[in-house]
Design a protein around this ligand. Structure first.
Ligand SMILES: C[S@@+](CC[C@H](N)C(=O)[O-])C[C@H]1O[C@@H](n2cnc3c(N)ncnc32)[C@H](O)[C@@H]1O
Length: 142
């Protein structure tokens, strides 16, 4: 037997929000949310392409306007994790979900802290191997 779930209307959701949150949300929604001229390649945001990413400034406006440092931001359809990265950059905790395994992988990489020295050594090792390969007499470039 099917069980039906009633989806709350926009109006009922809005009235369930505390008045101060409603006021704040309404102010944020009526502010200038056009970020076309802003850079979107800051931090780890441009690490990998992803369809329908939103500009990092968009979640930032709502994260800063609706939460305080230490609070948790949740994005149930996080895609490549733009909101998750912004939450971390704003000093919030974050949790995200997505049904797309590629989205999960991209977000995991974008939010993984990289040790600078370790990354430098790894880069040097890769360059060293490439130089050795190029110097081999039998090396044939493909
Ligand atoms: C427009 S993208 C989000 C992009 C994200 N804001 C960003 O900047 O990368 C929407 C995401 O919702 C995910 N999605 C769609 N239906 C879902 C569901 N039922 N549960 C979890 N994720 C879902 C898709 O896989 C997709 O990654």
């Amino acid at each position: 037997m099917f069980q039906t779930m009633s989806v709350p209307s926009q109006a009922s959701l809005e009235t369930k929000l505390p008045i101060n949150v409603r006021r704040c949300l309404s102010k944020l929604l009526s502010s200038d949310l056009d970020f076309h001229r802003d850079a979107s390649n800051l931090a780890s945001h441009a690490l990998h392409a992803f369809a329908a990413k939103f500009p990092p400034q968009l979640p930032r406006v709502f994260i800063e306007g609706l939460t305080v440092k230490g609070e948790t931001v949740m994005d149930p359809m996080m895609g490549s994790g733009t909101a998750i990265v912004e939450a971390f950059l704003c000093g919030r905790r974050a949790v995200g979900f997505d049904i797309d395994p590629l989205a999960l992988m991209i977000c995991r990489v974008k939010t993984h802290p990289v040790d600078f020295l370790e990354a430098t050594w790894a880069g040097k090792r890769v360059l060293g191997s490439a130089v050795q390969l190029l110097q081999r007499a039998d090396f044939v470039p493909v």
